[in-house]
Design a protein around this ligand. Sequence first.
Ligand code: ZN
Length: 117
Amino acid sequence: MERKCIHCGAPFQGRMDKKFCCDDCRTEYHNKIRRQREKGLREINHILSQNWRILSAQLRKGRRRISVSELAAHDFNFEIYTSMRKTFPGRRIYGCYNLAYRISRTGYVHIFPIFEG
Ligand SMILES: [Zn+2]
């Protein structure tokens, strides 16, 4: 019975349950599905690593306090973080891997390492 490959569309002969014309098509098809599935993961990882680079660059310069607007100018994304902890009402500490920050009411971001010796 003639069937059509679900990856390249080429006709082929084979069993009813066969979906691909060759092994390469089967591999490429599954790789494509995996890449699409992992796209969201890569996008979030990209934002997190960019945030981490921005925060650690400040710490390297010895700056533990930076204004929200300056951080935003560096394209810091405030919506994505690795953890969030509420301390007392109205105060939150955000984690970005091994770094943490809190945002004060006066519009400043205080940065500190989570694992501080
Ligand atoms: Zn094919």
